[in-house]
Design a binder for this molecule. Structure first.
Ligand code: PGA
Length: 248
């Protein structure tokens, strides 16, 4: 049995002051030990959010990191810094990073390997555009993203990672993939992991759905056999996030 994992992705929202307020508001609402709860927050909010979340079931994660330990990379944050701060999760290769900050499957792979080296669980994002879906190449596209993201990752490492399937056309649009569409792709990702590694790895890895998850659709999505939780943007900034974490 895979434990569900529900992660909030705050994106570029919440000042440090607001971050502390939001953690305090959500604390009692997300107290569900049956689910791993992660708040992925802007870098500047990590420390104050962690302080505010102390003694709760909330894990604070990062939204991105660079793939070097340290050095002349102005503006970047390293896995060494995140690990030292106690960060356990990091979102890698979100479609917004790919679209606006030129991230590629290759940089995603480098970041995944680095995060694992530092004992940080990568939440590895993949997803197709609307054009790709309409052209019928969704599964081919996702398989390629997954295969490159996992280059040189061992089976034991892969088992600890989280994959987030996020159709780009469903992100922030209010247009959720249907339960069947989401399950179809998550199941295909699991098959792909089974082909790269083995059945045990495929069964261990957790696969989230992301894209307009809300309090109304979470229960049905998370009940699918291959959907192990969600990566939640907009609704993670509201008390509704508590309903998503406590979806049952
Ligand atoms: P959304 O974002 O829930 O606002 O659609 C999801 C994401 O980008 O991770």
């Amino acid at each position: 049995m895979r434990k569900k994992i529900v992660a909030g992705n705050w994106k570029m929202n919440m000042t440090p002051t607001q971050a502390v307020e939001l953690v305090n508001t959500l604390k009692p609402l997300v107290a569900n030990d049956e689910v791993d709860v992660v708040f992925c927050v802007p870098a500047i909010d990590i420390i104050p959010a962690m302080e505010a979340a102390k003694g709760t079931n909330i894990n604070i994660g990062a939204e991105n990191m660079y793939f070097e330990d340290s050095g002349a990379y102005t503006g970047e944050i390293s896995p060494k810094m995140l690990a030292d701060a106690g960060v356990k999760y990091v979102v890698i290769g979100h479609s917004e990073r790919r679209e606006y900050f030129a991230e590629t499957d290759e940089t995603v792979n480098k970041k995944v390997l680095k995060a694992l080296e530092y004992g940080i669980t990568p939440i590895i994002c993949c997803g197709e555009t609307l054009t790709q879906r309409e052209q019928g190449i969704t599964i081919d596209w996702i398989r390629q993203q997954i295969k490159i993201a996992f280059l040189n990752v061992t089976a034991d490492q892969a088992k600890t990672t989280v994959i987030a399937y996020e159709p780009i056309w469903a992100i922030g649009t209010g247009k959720t993939a249907t339960t069947e569409q989401a399950e179809e792709v998550c199941a295909a990702i699991r098959v792909c992991i089974g082909e790269i590694y083995d059945q045990a790895t495929a069964e261990a890895i957790r696969i989230q759905y992301g894209g307009s998850v809300n309090a109304g659709n979470a229960a049905e999505l998370f009940a699918q056999p291959d959907i192990d939780g969600g990566l939640v943007g907009g609704a993670s900034l509201k008390p509704d996030f508590g309903k998503i974490v406590c979806y049952k």
